[in-house]
Unconditional design. Structure first.
Length: 146
């Protein structure tokens, strides 16, 4: 089972994620700031960080970029990062930050577990809910509504 850091400055968000991931053997630590995440990663070397995009003074994108920078210097081990996004437009920022995956809120336990499983096993998880909706054929004036 992977070890996970859940980072959000909103306790109800952290609690909801922890409840969804609750299973025997799963080790979950909580962080309410970006600095806490960096300190925890250095202390416990988790498999994965789930970071909310909107955290006080150091949000998910900054956390991810700092982890990637520290990894490139050899100061921290590689840690998978899943960003929790507030809107579809944040996908661009998630890609630029070097995140291994993202989920767009509202979160649901099935997508959350699928993302954790994928990223903790070395894959990526790109939440399909950000993709454009499939177009539907609408009747046009020339088709007579058929």
């Amino acid at each position: 089972m992977p070890s996970v850091i859940v980072a959000s400055d909103v306790s109800i968000v952290r609690r909801g994620i922890i409840s969804a991931l609750d299973e025997p053997g799963m080790v979950v630590k909580e962080a309410s700031s970006g600095k806490e995440v960096l300190d925890l990663v250095a202390a416990v070397s988790p498999d994965l960080v789930l970071a909310d995009m909107q955290i006080g003074n150091m949000g998910g994108m900054a956390i991810c970029m700092e982890l990637r920078l520290e990894e490139s210097y050899g100061h921290l081990p590689h840690v998978g990062v899943i960003l929790l996004l507030d809107r579809r437009a944040d996908v661009f920022l998630a890609r630029r930050s070097g995140a291994n995956g993202w989920l767009i809120k509202p979160l649901d336990p099935l997508r959350l577990r699928a993302a954790v499983k994928a990223v903790s096993s070395g894959d990526s998880y790109l939440d399909p809910s950000y993709e454009p909706l499939p177009s539907t054929s609408l009747p046009t004036a020339s088709s007579g509504g058929k």
